[in-house]
Structures are given as C-alpha cells and as structure tokens.
Design a binder for this molecule. Structure first.
Ligand SMILES: *[C@@H]1O[C@H](CO)[C@@H](O)[C@H](O)[C@H]1NC(C)=O
Ligand SMILES: *[C@@H]1O[C@H](CO)[C@@H](O)[C@H](O)[C@H]1NC(C)=O
Ligand SMILES: *[C@@H]1O[C@H](CO)[C@@H](O)[C@H](O)[C@H]1NC(C)=O
Length: 490
C-alpha cells in the first residue's frame, strides 16, 4: 500500500500536469511553443512518475494522448475544410484524349466553367509544385481572400507539408518528454483518420492523370525530406498514400487509352489536314508525363506510354484514311507528326523512344509526299527515269532509247519547270501548318527533282544523237540556282 501522503502528492502532480495540458486545447494556442516553453520544464516529473508511480504515469500519458489526438485532429479537420474551398476542378470523367469536344460540351453544360481547360493535358505551370516542394503550407484564408484556386496537387502538397512539420515536431517532443516514440502513433491515429477520410473522398472523383502523377512525385519528395530529417514516423503513412495513388493513376490512364481505342472516327474527323485536337491532347499529355518523370525511370509507366502511343497511331491512321486524296492523307500525317514532335521537344530535348517514333513517321511520310508532289508536276519525266534511264547501261531495256522518245520530255521540262516549282512552293506553303517544316519538305522535293533531272541528262548523253537535245536541256547549275533562291527563305 502506498502511504496516503505520497498518493496525494501524485494526484496533485497529475492535476498539475493535466492543467498544463488544458492550455493545449485553447484555440489559437501555439502548441509547439507551449510544449517547448512550458511542458518540457516538467519532463523530470514524467520520468519521476514513471519510476515511482506507473499508474499515475499511465494516466498522464493517456491524458496527453487524448488531448493531442483531439487537438491535432481538429486542427487538420479545420485546415482541410479551408483547403477544400480553394480547389480548382481540372478534369471530369469525360475529359479524355479521344473524346470528341462536341460531346464533352454537351455533357458539361451546367457544370461550373473551368478557368483553364488546357490544364487537363498540358503541364503548364503545374510542374512548379515539385520545385516548391519545401515551401510553407498555404494559408487558406489568405488564398481565399485573394480568390485564388489551385489544382488539387497544390493543396495536397500543403496538407502533407503541414503533416510532415507537425509530425516531426510531435515525434521529437514525445521522444523528449516521455522518452518513448510509440506515443506518437497513438496521437496521430486521429489526424491520420481525418486525412484518410478527406483523401478517400477526393481520390475516387479524381480524373486528372497529370495531377495524380504529380501527387505520386510529391509523396516521393516528401519521403526524401523525412528521410533527410531522420524522422521515420510517417514512413508507413506515406507508403500507404503512394500505394493508393498508383492504381488510381493507372485507372485514369486506362480511361484515356480506351478513349483512343474506342474513339468515334466519323465524329472526330474534320475535313482539315492541320493538326487534329486529339493528337494535340495526346502530345501534351505524353509530354507532361515525360516531363514529370524526367528524373525517374519507371518501366511500368514507359510500357503504358507505349500502349498509348500505339493506340493514338492507330487512330491517326484511321483519321487519315477518311481523306479521299492520298496526298491529303500524307499532309495530315505530316502535320500531326510535326506538331507532336514540337510538343514533345518542349518536355525534354533528348527525345525519347516516342519522339523517335514520330520522327521516323515524319521522315517516311515526307518521302511519300515528295513523290506525290513531283508526280503531279513531272510525271512523264519520273516515269521515264524510273523505267528507261537505268544506271545500268544494259538495264532492263530491251529496245534502245531514241531521241524522239526523250525529246518531248526535255522540251516539256524546259518550258514549265520554273512555273511548276512556283506551284509546288505555293502548295507546300498552304499544306503545312509549320512554315519551317514546309520549307524542309520543299527543299527535299527540289533535291529529288534535281536527282531525276540529272539522271535524264546523263541518259541523253549516252543515247545515239542525244547531243541534238543539248540546246533544250536546262543546266544543272540553273536548277541549283533556283533551289538556292527558295533556300533563302528557309
Ligand atoms: C492555361 O494553362 C496552360 C497550360 O497549363 C498555361 O500555359 C497557360 O498559361 C494557362 N492560362 C491561364 C490563363 O491560366
Ligand atoms: C510507390 O508504389 C509503387 C506501386 O505500388 C511502387 O512501385 C513504388 O516503388 C512505390 N514508391 C515508393 C517510393 O515507395
Ligand atoms: C552489258 O551487256 C554486254 C553485252 O550483252 C555485257 O558484255 C556487259 O557485261 C553488260 N554490262 C553489265 C553492267 O551488265
């Protein structure tokens, strides 16, 4: 039995400590200052109690846990409620790469108009949240006063910044005051539950793949920060958040993927060979994900991006086939590849596998376009060179080439070539949305034309009586001069 007097002392000590704890519950109390300036003075009482009165020590411990659990839970609840008012909605379940704009505008009638529609696919300023990872948490009433709204990942970073700082401070205090870390987890069961409840209401309604990927990176950065602080108390919590974000990201990503696979080609197609908005969305979306993941090589993500690329390729081909003229099909493909490459280049100058794919597609279609364009203006010349003027002097020619066979071709070229080049120039200018891309293609076409004409000239030198046509041949240097004239505008 404990002597009565001693028991009374312990009970007074208990009352004294609990009274100090009451101060923690007062609104506007700076918890950390109170802990540091008031409570820590009594840490010897705590270790004294632990030695001499287990029961009272347990009671003090329980009182502290209960107080802090309630205070911090209320603190986070209030912060979350204030944050929720600042949220800028980015995407709905209809904002998918392959969904035609007409149908989205139909469904979105009555929905709150968005500040910035392009944010669904383009990264824009959103990457800054990773650069400002360690900035202080948002102060909601200040943001609200200036009527600012933020994409969810910004609020997510703020909430987790507050969590990290509060948890770090509480963890260190528990260690110092009670000499045990396990108290932390009992206290934070409250705040964790509050944050979980909020997050579980946000996540199932989030259709913003870019935001989800940013959150995945934010969690990773926060894990690094906590590990640098050597504070392990959020390890399992942050792991859990990471693990809940990935499946949601994958789900939204797969919605984009199926939107491309199941796209309604007839509804999407417009009789316009300029870059298609679906392709622009795809390019921006891909560039955003590449940009966010520059420092992380994630094989799983790369595999998914490859799937998306294959789906968009297939759709692009289907859209191209809707043009009745083969030349327009090629122009459509070139314009879309060129735009995609330009957008991808902004995300990273190295140009990964995806960019290479579109560069190859651009190259092969440029070759096809050049042939189409030259065939429009110089089909007799090209047919002759391809079938009759083989490099091999014997070639496949059964019958020898006569002057009368080549004369009309030479005369036709001589009379029309400058005008035809002018027409090709006009055609290229109007076909290609990107002037530089168009000029590259014109240069390729003129170079190819020069090659055909050189082969014709060489062939004429070899045929009997070919010298008679010399006066009608255009000199290679005049053609080169003309090509250079167009090069000056490059
Ligand atoms: C809209 O978003 C895009 C991409 O996120 C960004 O470049 C642009 O500056 C934003 N515009 C406005 C008015 O916020
Ligand atoms: C996050 O979760 C993903 C998927 O479950 C996993 O592959 C990755 O390693 C996790 N990241 C970290 C930093 O724990
Ligand atoms: C061309 O034909 C002649 C005679 O038929 C033959 O001797 C010569 O080897 C052939 N040249 C080539 C390059 O095949």
């Amino acid at each position: 039995m404990m002597p009565f007097k001693l028991a009374l002392t312990f009970s007074l000590v208990f009352d004294f400590i609990v009274q100090k704890l009451q101060a923690l519950r007062k609104p506007k109390t700076n918890i950390q200052i109170l802990q540091q300036n008031v409570l820590l003075k009594y840490k010897y009482i705590i270790s004294f109690l632990k030695e001499h009165s287990k029961e009272v020590h347990l009671e003090v411990r329980a009182a502290y846990i209960d107080t802090m659990n309630k205070v911090l839970s209320a603190h986070f609840r209030a912060y979350i409620q204030a944050l929720e008012k600042l949220q800028l909605d980015i995407a709905t379940s209809n904002d998918l790469i392959g969904v035609e704009t007409r149908s989205t505008s139909l469904f979105s009638r009555g929905r709150e108009p968005l500040k910035n529609r392009s944010a669904v696919f383009a990264l824009g300023e959103r990457l800054n949240v990773l650069k400002e990872i360690d900035q202080p948490a948002l102060i909601p009433h200040i943001a609200e006063a200036s009527s600012l709204k933020y994409p969810y990942e910004v609020l997510f970073r703020s909430l987790h910044k507050l969590l990290m700082d509060t948890a770090t401070s509480e963890y260190l205090f528990c260690d110092e005051f009670f000499g045990e870390e396990s108290i932390f987890y009992e206290i934070f069961a409250g705040p964790f539950a509050v944050i979980d409840e909020h997050f579980n209401s946000i996540l199932p309604n989030c259709y913003d793949a870019i935001g989800l990927m940013l959150m995945i990176r934010i969690v990773h950065q926060h894990q690094l920060i906590m590990s640098r602080r050597r504070i392990p108390c959020l390890d399992s919590y942050l792991d859990k958040v990471n693990i809940s974000l990935w499946p949601r990201f994958k789900m939204v990503f797969d919605m984009h993927l199926s939107s491309l696979r199941n796209a309604n080609v007839k509804l999407l197609w417009e009789d316009d060979s300029h870059p298609h908005y679906v392709m622009r969305r795809y390019a921006e979306f891909t560039a955003s994900l590449i940009h966010i993941n520059v420092e992380y090589g994630d094989g799983q993500l790369e595999l998914n991006m490859e799937r998306l690329r294959m789906a968009v390729d297939e759709l692009l081909m289907k859209l191209a086939k809707m043009f009745s003229k083969p030349k327009l099909q090629i122009v459509f493909l070139i314009n879309n590849c060129d735009m995609t490459i330009a957008v991808l280049k902004e995300a990273g100058p190295e140009g990964g596998k995806i960019q290479q794919h579109f560069e190859e597609m651009l190259k092969s279609n440029t070759g096809l376009f050049v042939e189409e364009l030259l065939m429009e203006h110089f089909s007799d010349l090209i047919k002759f060179v391809k079938t009759r003027a083989s490099e091999d002097p014997n070639g496949s020619n059964e019958r020898p080439i006569s002057v009368s066979e080549v004369e009309p071709i030479v005369k036709d070229f001589g009379s029309r070539w400058k005008g035809a080049i002018e027409l090709m120039h006009k055609d290229v200018i109007t076909s290609f949305s990107n002037f530089l891309c168009g000029m590259e293609i014109l240069r390729a076409a003129l170079t190819q034309l020069l090659l055909y004409y050189t082969r014709l000239s060489d062939c004429i030198k070899r045929i009997n009586g070919g010298a008679a046509l010399n006066k009608d041949l255009v000199s290679i240097s005049s053609i080169m001069y003309e090509i250079r004239k167009y090069s000056r505008t490059f």
